[in-house]
Write a protein that binds this ligand. Sequence first.
Ligand SMILES: [Zn+2]
Length: 163
Amino acid sequence: MAQVKYCSYCAQELCTKYINGRDYQTCPSKNCGYVHWDNPLPVVAALVEHEGTVLLARNKAWPHKFFGLITGFIEKGESPENAVLREVREELGLEGTLENMIGVYPYYELNQLIIAYHISARGKITMGNELAEVSSIPPEKLRPWEFGTGYALRDWLTRRKLI
Ligand SMILES: [Zn+2]
C-alpha cells in the first residue's frame, strides 16, 4: 500500500483507521474525513504485431534484462484506446491500428489494473526515451510470463492456439 502522510484537502497529518476489514490512511479532521482508498491505477498495455512478429520492449527503469509489452499511463481526459496508441507512437515511433481489447488484468503487486490491447503496426521502429531495447519475436516462439502483462500475452496466444 502506498503511504501518504498528509491530507490532500486540508493538509492534516493522516492517521490509520480500520474500515471494512482493513487499515486506511484517513484524515482526522471532523470537517474533512478524507480517506486514502489507494485504488488501483489503470495502465494500458499494447501487444504490438509488426511484420509478422510481436514487439517486446525492455524499459530502462527495469533492473533486470526483462522484456514486456509496451505499457503506459492514461493522461487526464484521454481514452484508454488513445492512450495505448499514443504509447506505441512515443515508445516505438509507430502508427498503430487498434485490433481489439485482449482483456483487463489486475496487477496486485503494483496496485495497477492493466487494460491490454492488440495493436497492429507498420513502419520503421524508432525507440523512445523510456526504452533500452526492443525485441521482435515470432508469435510461435513467444512464451508468457507469470506476472504483469504476461497474462494478456497468454490469453492472446491461447486464442491463436499457439500455446
Ligand atoms: Zn483532511
